[in-house]
Design a protein around this ligand. Structure first.
Ligand code: SF4
Ligand code: SF4
Length: 787
């Protein structure tokens, strides 16, 4: 029995389950040459045009780019870049309707062609001298992804490390209407074979199987001619049956191998590439021409010239339709892809991308809409037509029930969305639409689950990191605590010493403050006592001076009025009264009064005041003796005059004149001197000055009164009254408050009492002198009569 490889070499073909035979309708375009589409006004280039991730944007708005210049860079294995299909300027980078059944907007680069179609520098590779890595890198940098419709990055398939038995080139193109690969094989079979050569250099398969449907005779002939020089290149004509172009179906057709559910063809040693992908690889490696254009079948009965066109990627669908004479009708639908696996476009501005192989604009009669959806009658025709040996009926139920577990249990993801089940369904149930929605929901759930799992992993990693940091922190703290415990005694001793120093400083400061306070207090007391002593001394000196001044005044008065012994006697009496007043100043009454005013100078030293008073009385007695001695000659001298009445009268008149003069002089002297003395001695006590002034005036009057009495012989009662009245006024004046209003009632009362006492004494002295004068006159008269 021949081996599998021998059977393959012999051209044996196998079959797959299911499949349908829809109208082909390829003849509208397959026999026509590929047309060159003119440059559109703008190109809309999605950043991602394949299965994978988008590249990193490397151009900016306003930048001029050359044809073939990369607009994005592939920074990971699942990314392939996009290139400028022609030279021009980047107009904008914005959102645009995507070439996807969801029609969701996606980021696109808007390029405005400049019409120059200026190429960048190209650097073709020599595959004989280039390394595998260089070739794979060139394939990736050229942005090549599967052009059969899946869009898987080609460099990943071409760079697989697993051993490859068979490299299958898919040139079946089983979908009705589509003839792009057919046209490509007819026009560029040699380039296709060169691309297959590059793949074989990368994968090193045992054989290359090129599968082409039998309804493409021109392409089959062209490829057989191109492969005639390759030993293990086998061009196989497969029967026309839909979907014989499916990956798993074609593998089964050519190798009789089935790819297990959930596995890849590489797992069974098979790699499949589209014939258009092989062509793109050849261009990229040998001509350094990235994937910037592709052949697109523009067909449908609404077009005047349906044909295959070579369109730049990013060209709006409307441009292709317009180029082919599009005549839309009411409720016109335009399908991207074939009638079995394509999707209706929501917008004709959708651009051509790397996986776009057909634009179908059929009339309503040509491709009528599905009728109203009916309930499943469980006829089983869908299962019979399914090339993946699935159970479309069960998948429908679970899709409606949104049961992902059951859907995956029934191998929903093995469905190639060929649409064969829906094509045969008598209830016109859009089965493929249900499956697409179910797949999208499950993929979304899987993405969310993956995110949750990643988030959980990050959370757990974070917790682990925090726990590790916590343990490290605890360990570090324990080490620090241990180190502190070792150094603790020294630290405690240092702190105790510092505290002791602080306490010592505080105690020293407190003692210093106490010493200074005591010193200040003692100093204050000493200064106060010294001031008191000085005040007492000053007061005693002042009183002695006042007493001496009073005695001197009395002596002076007596001396000035020596003509009249009576006036001298009065002066002596006044001196004695002043002495008694000085005694009164030191009496207990005054002391008690002064005790209420400890600051008064008179209360300084009573004993000194008594001594001063005694001295004053002695001076007064001396003055009285002197006056008495001096008055006797006058009396004797007056005796002869009294013998003559006229002489006596004249002598009396002269005596009165002298007395008046003496009164005037004495008053001036006695008034001025005591006041001046008091002003000097007691400038600070106006009340005492007033008292002294009153006393001085009284003494002046007393001095004047004897002189008048001596001159007139008979005392004048009116003068006596005047004198006593003046003394009372002096007493009243003495008790008047000073100008400052510093009235002391007790002192005023004492001064008034003294003044009244002086007045009474003065009156008594005058009366006594008057009486003695009368007695003297009577005695003189009796003596005269006796003589
Ligand atoms: S072909 Fe349609 S009606 Fe028949 S079983 Fe399948 S889904 Fe139901
Ligand atoms: S669309 Fe899916 S379920 Fe339907 S026939 Fe194709 S592979 Fe089978």
């Amino acid at each position: 029995m021949p081996t599998l490889f021998q059977q393959i070499q012999a051209g044996t073909l196998w079959d797959f389950h299911g499949g349908i035979h829809p109208p082909v309708r390829k003849s509208q375009t397959s026999s026509k040459p590929v047309a060159q589409l003119p440059l559109p006004d703008r190109l809309y280039l999605p950043l991602r045009q394949h299965i994978g991730v988008a590249g990193r944007l490397i151009v900016a708005v306003g930048q001029r780019v050359l044809k073939g210049e990369a607009l994005t860079s592939a920074d990971n294995s699942m990314a392939v870049p996009v290139h400028a299909p022609t030279s021009g300027v980047i107009h904008s980078i914005s959102q645009h309707t995507s070439a996807h059944p969801s029609a969701l907007p996606e980021p696109v680069i808007v390029l405005v062609p400049d019409g120059k179609d200026e190429w960048r520098e190209r650097r073709p590779l020599n595959i004989a001298t280039s390394s595998r890595h260089q070739i794979l890198e060139r394939i990736q940098d050229s942005g090549i992804a599967g052009m059969g419709g899946a869009g898987f990055p080609t460099h990943l398939k071409a760079g697989m490390q697993q051993p490859v038995d068979y490299l299958i080139i898919n040139a079946v193109e089983c979908e009705p209407y589509i003839s792009a690969d057919d046209a490509l094989m007819q026009e560029a079979p040699t380039t296709i074979v060169k691309g297959i050569d590059i793949l074989c250099q990368l994968l090193n398969p045992k054989a290359v199987l090129i599968g082409i449907e039998a309804d493409k005779p021109i392409a089959i002939a062209a490829l057989k001619a191109a492969c005639s020089q390759r030993e293990h290149y086998y061009v196989r004509e497969v029967p026309v049956k839909y979907p014989s172009g499916g990956e798993k179906q074609l593998i089964q057709l050519l190798t009789n191998k089935e790819v297990p559910a959930g596995r890849r063809p590489a797992d069974i040693g098979i790699v499949m590439q589209n014939v258009g992908t092989a062509f793109a690889i050849a261009q990229a490696v040998l001509d350094d021409q990235p994937l910037i254009s592709r052949i697109v079948t523009v067909t449908g009965e609404t077009l005047r010239q349906p044909q295959n066109v070579l369109a730049l990627l990013g060209t709006p669908v409307s441009a292709l339709l317009d180029f082919c004479g599009f005549q839309s009708e009411a409720q016109q639908k335009v399908i991207m892809g074939g009638p079995m696996m394509g999707f209706t476009l929501p917008d004709l501005a959708v651009p051509i991308v790397k996986t776009t192989n057909c634009i179908l604009a059929p009339t309503r009669d040509e491709l009528p809409d599905n009728g109203p959806e009916l309930d499943c009658i469980r006829c089983g025709q869908c299962a019979d037509a399914c090339p993946a040996t699935l159970l479309p009926q069960q998948l429908l139920w679970y899709s409606k029930a949104r049961d992902p577990v059951k859907l995956q249990e029934y191998n929903l993801f093995d469905c190639i969305e060929c649409g064969a089940c829906a094509y045969v369904c008598p209830s016109e149930i859009p089965l493929v639409q249900y499956y697409r929605v179910a797949k999208a929901e499950i993929r979304e759930q899987q993405r969310e689950a993956l995110k949750a799992e990643q988030a959980k992993a990050r959370f757990e990693a974070r917790n682990a990191r925090l726990e590790q940091e916590k343990q490290q922190r605890l360990a570090r703290n324990q080490q620090l605590a241990a180190a502190r415990q070792q150094t603790q005694p020294n630290q405690n001793q240092t702190v105790a010493e510092a505290l002791a120093r602080v306490k010592a400083q505080q105690a020293e400061k407190a003692a210093l403050q106490a010493t200074e306070s005591a010193k200040d207090h003692q100093q204050i007391l000493a200064e106060r006592e010294l001031k008191k002593q000085q005040a007492r001394e000053y007061q005693a000196q002042k009183q002695a001076t006042a007493a001496a001044s009073a005695a001197d005044s009395a002596l002076a008065s007596a001396s000035d009025s020596s003509v009249d012994s009576k006036a001298a006697a009065v002066a002596a009496a006044i001196a004695r009264a002043k002495a008694r007043q000085a005694d009164a100043a030191s009496s207990p009454t005054v002391e008690q009064t002064s005790a209420a005013e400890p600051t008064t100078p008179e209360a300084a030293d009573p004993r000194q005041a008594a001594v001063a008073a005694a001295l004053a009385r002695a001076k007064a007695r001396q003055a009285g003796q002197t006056n008495s001695t001096m008055a006797e000659p006058s009396a004797i001298a007056a005796e002869p005059e009294q013998q003559d009445p006229r002489k006596a009268a004249i002598a009396a008149a002269l005596a009165r004149a002298k007395a008046k003069q003496s009164v005037t002089a004495t008053a001036a002297t006695t008034v001025t001197e005591p006041v001046a003395a008091d002003a000097v001695a007691k400038p600070e006590d106006p009340r005492k000055a007033a008292i002294a002034a009153a006393l001085a005036r009284a003494k002046a009057k007393q001095s004047a009164a004897p002189a008048q009495e001596t001159a007139i012989v008979k005392p004048d009662v009116a003068d006596i009254a005047v004198t006593t009245e003046q003394q009372r006024q002096a007493a009243d004046t003495a008790i008047q408050p000073d100008a400052a209003g510093n009235e002391d009632p007790r002192k005023a009362a004492v001064a008034a009492a003294l003044a009244r006492a002086k007045a009474r004494k003065a009156q008594q002295s005058i009366e006594q002198q008057t009486t003695e004068q009368q007695h003297s006159e009577q005695r003189d008269s009796e003596e005269s009569k006796t003589e």
